[in-house]
Ligand binder design. Structure first.
Ligand code: SF4
Ligand code: SF4
Length: 155
């Protein structure tokens, strides 16, 4: 099996992975209650980071929490962006944009147990490379799940 990674047999639980499904979001900073937008740009600050750290409305991290922005509050500097897994991707961090999602019709994950919702997210998320978004499989998935899926809600 040289050159190939062994298959992952023991997946983590959804709780262990921080799996969440919130309909209608892509899990970006713009939908996070901790995002402190700059009124003159699409960037802003994050409640969790320092006042010197800039975050984009297309940002994401493991501390994401759905909701409206908190308004005029001061960043508290609890985390470094890298510690929280901060990154930026205009596609968001949906499972359907993650390299670990497999099985279109009965969506599964290589890392997380059980059925998943293609519009969910978790802390193991690994965005496909930008070039891959034009790949046929990605296009198929985006087409299939361009609306909220009618499949039974995955827990
Ligand atoms: S960096 Fe994380 S916690 Fe901060 S606004 Fe973005 S998603 Fe929310
Ligand atoms: S497909 Fe990616 S984001 Fe979705 S549960 Fe699996 S690892 Fe997490």
């Amino acid at each position: 099996m040289s050159g190939q990674l062994p298959p992952i047999i023991n997946r983590v639980t959804k709780v262990g992975a921080g799996y969440i499904y919130v309909p209608g979001t892509k899990y970006r900073c713009i939908d996070c209650t901790k995002f402190l937008p700059d009124k003159d740009s699409t960037d802003g600050k994050c409640l969790e980071f320092s006042k010197n750290d800039i975050v984009s409305e297309d940002g994401y991290c493991c501390l994401w929490s759905f909701g409206n922005g908190l308004g005029n509050v001061t960043p508290r500097g609890s985390w470094e962006p890298a510690e929280a897994g901060y990154g930026e991707d205009s596609h968001g961090t949906l499972c359907l944009n993650c390299e670990y999602m497999i099985e279109f019709k009965d969506p599964r994950c290589q890392k997380v147990e059980g059925p998943i919702n293609p519009r969910a997210c978790c802390n193991n998320q690994s965005p496909r490379q930008e070039a891959d978004h034009s790949a046929k499989t990605a296009q198929d998935m985006l087409l299939m799940y361009s609306q909220e899926p009618s499949l039974a809600e995955a827990s």
